[in-house]
Design a protein around this ligand. Structure first.
Ligand SMILES: Cc1cc2nc3c(=O)[nH]c(=O)nc-3n(C[C@H](O)[C@H](O)[C@H](O)COP(=O)(O)OP(=O)(O)OC[C@H]3O[C@@H](n4cnc5c(N)ncnc54)[C@H](O)[C@@H]3O)c2cc1C
Length: 494
């Protein structure tokens, strides 16, 4: 343990964010991080408590708290407090291949379970992790590992999101030859196209990909493995195949007027902005633009919030986000005690920005769109909104959200973005490999593991688990690699 009673001496302090009116002028990350000395003080707050819930992801009351990767949180906090960056880095990468991603985009399930937050503020583990990994990059600690003894076995990884990258990194370290096939023009999955540059700058993704390439992994972009012939060729050409194709089938809305021009899925909107940003700094107008439009975003969570932030940067005339559920309370309710996941309201960065730019809170709760209204030209002109409320079924006792008659109203909209979640893996990929999927749309696997119905084909990440988080995708990639290694070698030390 670092500082005895450090949590009493120092108050929690996190990075400052650039002011909303300034940061919306660009698409870059906007956190102003603490100095090394300040971060060490924050690390000193870690109590090294007897039962560190932070370092083990477990399901409590239906939600995960604690790190799904099993990050050795008290250990690296202590080493950071002592200024032992190299040792802290070596602890961190024992369990996490890509701390530079998780320390930027993870919702920090570790902090939700931190013992300090039982009666006070959690340790800043998320930003401690950032300090350790960025220091390791800056100080040249991270170098490509060469001369890995090769096993002569070849593995194909399909999909280069965090799950595919983690599987590839682990298998490569074990000496297997790894080829990653990606259908997009750039590798990274949702880290590249999905999560906006403001949350994760794309050079951070490429920094890791370049490192992996220098370690011997080959990336083939623009390769869509979506037909039986292509799938069969891949299976025949490799000793094992790991499918990490995500859960990119968006949930649609079965609502009147859905065919109006101007309605898009959120990921398509976000992807078009990032691609234009990277290709030509948004100068060629090839992206779905929100400029001067009334924008309606249907859905909650990260994706909806990213749409808000992006629409604000485009220069939308107005933004409105609709969430079916009621707004959660500001503090934990009595039936949601620590260490359960705190079901509380924390405004997202996009919500904060929209509130400042348009002078009012952009989100309405307990509401959805029940009609898209189009003009004679077929273009979206407005949406009809209806209130929703939770109604308990007298027979089953189960609650569900039902529309409330008489609450309808019409608001102008020329752009609608559907951020209503995902229904699972794309069926074309599942079919191409001759696999089956379960009722959640996730690829079926054997005994809760990673092997699929097809010999030597494995699946991991959102494709196996359903739409989730980067941290879970990394864990899945690591665990799948372990199973593949076992399959190839008959034993594993991964
Ligand atoms: C807008 C948005 C914001 C998010 N924000 C966060 C966040 O802040 N924090 C967080 O933890 N999580 C966030 N998530 C969730 C997170 O990004 C995912 O859980 C994670 O990326 C899943 O990783 P994956 O590797 O399983 O799949 P993906 O990242 O989806 O990668 C799958 C890859 O497979 C490729 N592929 C698919 N089919 C084929 C094929 N047939 N042939 C070749 N390649 C193929 C795809 O092109 C893609 O590159 C967000 C998700 C979205 C949509």
């Amino acid at each position: 343990m670092g500082m005895n009673l450090g949590f009493l001496k120092y108050a929690r302090r996190t990075s400052q964010s650039e002011e909303p009116l300034e940061r919306i002028k660009h698409y870059n990350e906007f956190h102003l991080y603490l100095s090394n000395e300040e971060q060490a003080e924050q690390a000193a707050r870690c109590m090294d408590c007897g039962v560190p819930y932070c370092q083990y992801g477990q399901n409590i009351a239906g939600k995960t708290v604690g790190c799904p990767l099993g990050n050795l949180v008290p250990e690296f906090n202590d080493l950071l407090y002592q200024g032992k960056y190299k040792a802290a880095y070596s602890r961190l990468i024992k369990t996490n291949n890509f701390p530079e991603f998780t320390s930027r985009v993870c919702p920090a399930l570790c902090e939700k379970a931190c013992t300090c937050s039982l009666d006070g503020d959690a340790v800043t583990t998320h930003e401690n992790e950032f300090a350790i990994i960025e220091n390791a990059f800056d100080s040249g600690l991270i170098k490509p590992v060469h001369d890995i003894p090769r096993t002569g076995k070849k593995v194909a990884v399909i999909g280069s999101g965090p799950a595919g990258l983690a599987a590839a990194a682990q298998l490569n370290m074990r000496g297997h030859t790894v080829h990653v096939y990606e259908r997009s023009d750039r590798p990274g999955g949702l880290l590249m196209y999905g999560i906006p540059n403001m949350k994760l700058e794309k050079q951070v993704v490429m920094r890791r990909i370049n490192l992996m390439e220098r370690e011997g992994i080959r990336f083939y972009t623009g390769k869509n493995i979506n037909t039986k012939r292509k799938a069969d060729d891949i299976v025949a050409g490799y000793d094992a195949v790991v499918l990490c194709c995500g859960a990119s089938q968006p949930r649609d809305m079965n609502v009147e007027g859905r065919d109006a021009e101007g309605i898009y899925f959120a990921v398509d909107f976000l992807t078009s902005t990032t691609k234009s940003l990277l290709d030509h700094d948004l100068k060629e107008g090839t992206y779905i633009s929100a400029k001067d439009k009334d924008v309606v975003i249907i859905g909650s969570g990260d994706t909806a919030n990213d749409c808000l932030a992006t629409a604000v940067r485009h220069g939308a005339k107005s933004v409105l986000q609709m969430q079916r559920h009621q707004r959660p309370p500001l503090v934990r309710s009595a039936d949601n005690p620590w260490p359960e996941y705190p079901n509380i309201y924390v405004p997202g960065y996009g919500q904060e920005e929209a509130a400042v730019v348009y002078g009012k809170e952009p989100s309405i709760y307990g509401a959805t769109v029940n009609k898209f209204i189009k003009g004679d030209d077929g273009k979206l002109s407005a949406v009809k909104i209806i209130g929703m409320q939770s109604v308990k079924d007298a027979k089953t006792g189960r609650s569900s959200l039902k529309p409330v008659k008489g609450t309808e109203r019409v608001v102008p909209a020329q752009l609608a973005l559907i951020a209503a979640g995902f229904t699972g893996a794309e069926s074309s990929i599942v079919k191409a490999f001759g696999l089956t999927s379960d009722r959640r749309g996730a690829v079926s696997v054997t005994d809760g593991g990673y092997s699929t119905d097809r010999e030597k084909v494995f699946a991991a990440g959102d494709m196996r688990r359903g739409a989730s988080l980067v941290v879970w995708a990394i864990r899945e990639g690591r665990e799948a690699a372990r199973e593949v290694d076992m399959f190839l070698n008959g034993y594993t030390n991964l």
